[in-house]
Design a protein around this ligand. Structure first.
Ligand SMILES: NC(=O)c1ccc[n+]([C@@H]2O[C@H](COP(=O)([O-])OP(=O)(O)OC[C@H]3O[C@@H](n4cnc5c(N)ncnc54)[C@H](O)[C@@H]3O)[C@@H](O)[C@H]2O)c1
Length: 334
């Protein structure tokens, strides 16, 4: 039974992944996380007494800390999710993104390489370094076409540029040193425990608080949405079955404009949590100045992972969004 070292496991996607690995797939997991502002202490609290789960607070830029963790835990599979992940923050404070997303990934690769070089042949054969990345590395699409694994890298923001750089480092560590790596590039995720700076939780929490719902530009930017649990099932599939050195794009063909997403959230809230004024939440929508370098459209062609690894998403956007709105309503009412 493989042992998983997950970085950034106190974040939105990392915590969903760990809940799956420990509770469903019954693996031993060590989570390392610097507990930045985006980390949640609630998302894994029910695992604190589980003997399959270990947590070490620390930074992926800290080589000494990482070396101790590898020596202590002796992982079979490393899944790197630790990152600065919010585009707006990257515009105002790019240095944190360069530090964690580029230097942190480099440090983790180097510690993993030394550890992997010292493994006995059987364990060396099993070892994988799985780097979790985004479709934003490919830049922006026009009205037609989709990103596939051959799409040219063309990042627009400091966030996507730092993720692009980290993807290149990971592939270079495979080609130069033979480190057995896997890379996945996924579309926009949504679901429970997402930090409220991101579009869907931001709109839900602002609406409940009767605050304006800020939409960049005309709201016609298109994102391709995937429920976090579907991302987790894809990550597990790639980590266990993916071919070393390969990249897999992950998505569920759920393209929506930001305006449609916000309108749908408003309609769900109108039904599930009507305002005392009886007016629709849509009246709170407020168009604001567009984000600089805002990508127009993302769309993922996930046929490689579907065809080669037989992965399929299980949650439709309508069903997933309804569940997500209900989850945040219950959380905000507590
Ligand atoms: N959220 C999405 O829609 C999406 C889509 C595709 C890919 N991704 C990628 O998935 C990964 C996880 O995204 P997320 O949305 O869960 O992010 P998140 O911001 O919710 O979580 C990131 C976690 O990393 C931790 N962290 C940050 N810097 C660290 C450091 N230097 N050392 C150790 N831990 C550190 C934070 O404390 C946090 O718990 C990221 O690499 C992101 O680029 C996200």
């Amino acid at each position: 039974m493989e042992k998983f070292l997950v970085t950034g496991g106190a974040g939105f996607i990392g915590s969903a992944l760990i809940r799956y690995l420990v509770l469903e797939a019954k693996h031993n997991v060590m989570n390392i996380d610097a507990l930045s502002y985006a980390a949640s202490t609630d998302c894994l609290s029910h695992l604190s007494d589980n003997d399959k789960y270990l947590f070490r607070e620390g930074n992926i830029c800290d080589e000494k800390f990482l070396s101790e963790v590898f020596d202590e835990f002796r992982p079979d599979i490393v899944m790197n999710l630790a990152a600065e992940s919010h585009v707006d923050n990257s515009i105002h404070n790019p240095s944190a993104f360069i530090r964690t997303n580029i230097n942190g990934t480099f440090t983790l690769l180097e510690v993993a390489r030394k550890y992997w070089n010292g493994l006995m042949s059987e364990k060396k054969e099993v070892f994988r370094f799985h780097h979790i990345s985004t479709d934003e590395v490919f830049g922006s699409l026009e009205d037609f076409g989709m990103f596939n694994e051959e799409s040219r890298y063309d990042p627009s923001s400091p966030y996507s540029a730092s993720k692009a750089a980290s993807d290149h480092l990971v592939r270079a560590w495979n080609r130069t040193y033979g480190l057995p790596v896997l890379v996945t590039n996924c579309s926009n995720n949504y679901g429970p425990f997402q930090f409220h700076e991101k579009l869907i939780p931001l709109m839900i929490s602002k609406a409940i608080n009767e605050e304006p719902l800020p939409i960049y530009g005309n709201g016609n930017q298109i994102r391709d949405w995937l429920h976090v649990d579907d991302h987790v099932s894809a990550l597990y599939c790639v980590a266990m079955e993916g071919r070393v050195g390969e990249t897999y794009n992950i998505g569920a063909n759920s393209e929506r404009t930001n305006l449609v997403v916000v309108n749908t959230i408003c309609e769900l809230l109108d039904e599930l949590n009507p305002r005392s004024s009886k007016k629709s939440y849509k009246q709170l929508i407020n168009f604001v100045k567009d984000r600089p370098g805002h990508d127009t459209r993302y769309a993922i062609d996930a046929s490689k992972i579907r065809d080669q690894l037989k992965w399929e998403p299980a949650i439709s956007f309508d069903e997933g969004l309804r569940k997500t709105v209900i989850w945040y309503l219950n959380k905000l009412r507590k």
